[in-house]
Design a protein around this ligand. Sequence first.
Ligand code: ADP
Ligand code: MG
Ligand code: MG
Length: 213
Amino acid sequence: ASRRHAEVAQRLVATLAATVDEHKVRLGEIDAVAGDGDHGIGMSRGSRAAAEAAVAAGVAGGGVHSVLRAAGTAFGDRAGGTSGILWGLLLETVGRDLGNQEAVTLDRLSGAVRTGAARLREFGRAEPGDKTMLDALLPFADELAHGADADLPLAKAWQAAAELATSAAEATAPMVPRVGRARPLAERSVGTPDPGAVSFALIVTAIGEQLTQ
Ligand code: ADP
Ligand code: MG
Ligand code: MG
């Protein structure tokens, strides 16, 4: 089981990278409204490196933790922006919580996403409503936990959580950013959703589609 789960983890990191690539230009445009416009480029560079590192760790016989740790480290090192560090931290934390040996159940995955979200919140010192990726990640984590409580199949719960993340990302549009690079031009950002929340929603949606295949 650990071998198969490590392969799934590799495939999902590849899906993440492909999704970012597909939306790279638009993510840059959204970030350029009040930020520095590099969200697409940075996420693309980071996630490609993450996907390569995930494959290398898998080939070397690593389990889920090893695969996600390698991916997270590469992501943070290569993205060159705040979101890359945060995504790196998220992947590493989720991987550490899931471990190398144990089977990935919805209960455990939901717990790992919660742990990752809490770690990201602590590290970035952002709060809900500050107009960051947390505004999509926290509702996602909560909905995944509801799915686990309701004993939904993993893919179903993930898809429901991804739908919530998508509407939560859209709902950041009227917010005023209180942290990060968009802060100096905060008022300009009103009317445009947070780039990190939008990319998060796109990524979890694509992973949800992959999980149902
Ligand atoms: P940078 O801001 O360094 O250019 P990116 O443009 O790639 O990096 O990422 C910007 C995104 O990072 C923001 O839209 C926001 O979602 C997220 N972000 C920035 N700072 C924080 C933080 N302290 N906590 C959570 N997310 C943050
Ligand atoms: Mg930026
Ligand atoms: Mg930047």
